[in-house]
Write a protein that binds this ligand. Structure first.
Ligand code: PLP
Length: 360
């Protein structure tokens, strides 16, 4: 069976070259006479791999000094809770900007642990935009401000990093990391579940500024403390070695593509092609305000709901996988992460045109 164009939102398609390399090295990795999954994380071979992956990520994102890069576990969801546990203070609020389902979940998880304030929300318009910055009600004394730079479900993306008014800014970049250049220095912390642009699920990459780490309380369990993970080089316990290895291969792949600036050019072209066709069609519809449309996740609807099932069936037959929209939204969603080539988006557009012509 040949591989097909996979539009899954996550776990998502990985670059084929990376999968082939992993396959070739599966039984014996780098002279270790064993798989990379079968060797100690404390041995010099794995340490070298881990350091190279960190180094490549730092280079790709131009991470300034004064930040720790951590390779953690638990999925992004665990960090929804871990962030307030580490950085909230009893007397301080924590501010959240709600732009979709993931920021909503992040705020909900923080509630048992912190005084959560909603600084802005576009819930009233069904999360079809970023609330204008002038309307945000920020608490200048908040412990942090949390945003979700790309909302994977409804396809809403910040195309500029907002001014956080001097409050430490924390961003869940699960579905946008490595898709474009990112000014890390504007954030106190970034974190990302790996299963879109980095590697397999379960691994979480976090980039945390040192002064934020200094705030981690000493009286929380070590396994939940970012400061402890940082002090132990992300090896407080056995890390997700397989995920770390694959992430390292993906970072090398992104570098070979020309880095995040080159990825951004490709991703912009892919997004323009797909949104351009959707808008021009007058048949398909994307509900998101143009200035907030995601480069990574493109939800769209057909004119009549009864066309959804045939669209999905026929697109799959045409080799276009996983186009079903999230259950919270319905319709379709094409996730076009880094590993999706322009040809895949062109194949989707060609299919959509043909489907519209036959059913219009
Ligand atoms: N945040 C965003 C933006 C996501 O897209 C997802 C889903 O993958 C998550 C958080 C949750 O990640 P996980 O399932 O790894 O906990």
């Amino acid at each position: 069976m040949s591989r097909q164009y996979n539009f899954s939102a996550g776990p998502a398609a990985l670059p084929e070259d990376v999968l082939r390399q992993a396959q070739a090295e599966m039984l014996e990795w780098s002279g270790a006479h064993a798989s990379v999954m079968e060797i100690s994380h404390r041995g010099k071979e794995f340490i070298a791999l881990a350091e190279a992956a960190e180094c490549d990520l730092r280079e790709l994102l131009d991470v300034p000094s004064g930040y720790k890069v951590l390779f953690l576990q638990g999925g992004a969801t665990q960090h929804f809770a871990q962030i307030p546990l580490n950085f909230a203070r009893r007397e301080q609020s924590v501010d959240y900007v709600l732009t979709g389902d993931w920021s909503e979940k992040a705020a909900k998880e923080a509630k048992p642990l912190a005084k959560v304030r909603i600084a802005a929300s576009s819930a009233a318009t069904n999360y079809d935009r970023i609330p204008p910055r002038v309307e945000w009600d920020l608490d200048r004394d908040a412990a942090y401000l949390h945003i979700t730079p790309n909302e994977t479900i409804r396809g809403v993306e910040f195309h500029e990093i907002p001014d956080a008014g001097g409050v430490p800014l924390i961003g869940d970049v699960s579905s946008t990391i490595l898709s474009r250049p990112l000014d890390v220095s504007r954030y106190a912390m970034l974190y990302a579940g790996a299963q879109k642009n980095i590697g397999p699920s379960g691994l979480v990459v976090a980039i945390v500024r040192d002064d934020l780490l200094e705030r981690c309380p000493k009286d929380i369990p070590k396994i939940l403390s970012y400061a402890e993970h940082a002090a132990q080089g992300s090896m407080l316990n056995t890390p997700n070695t397989w995920g770390w290895y694959l992430a390292g291969l993906v970072f090398k792949w992104v570098k070979a593509q020309g880095g995040v600036a080159a990825m951004a050019e490709r991703n912009r072209a892919k997004a323009e092609l797909l949104y351009g066709y959707i808008d021009a069609s007058g048949w398909y519809r994307n509900p998101v305000e143009k200035s907030a449309r995601s480069w990574m996740n493109v939800p769209f609807t057909l004119p009549r709901e009864e066309l959804d099932a045939p669209f999905l069936k026929e697109s799959e037959q045409a080799g276009l996988l996983a186009l079903k929209g999230h259950r919270a939204v319905g319709g379709m969603r094409a996730s076009i992460y880094n590993a999706m080539p322009l040809e895949g988006v062109q194949a989707l557009v060609d299919f959509m045109k043909d489907f519209a012509r036959r059913n219009g």
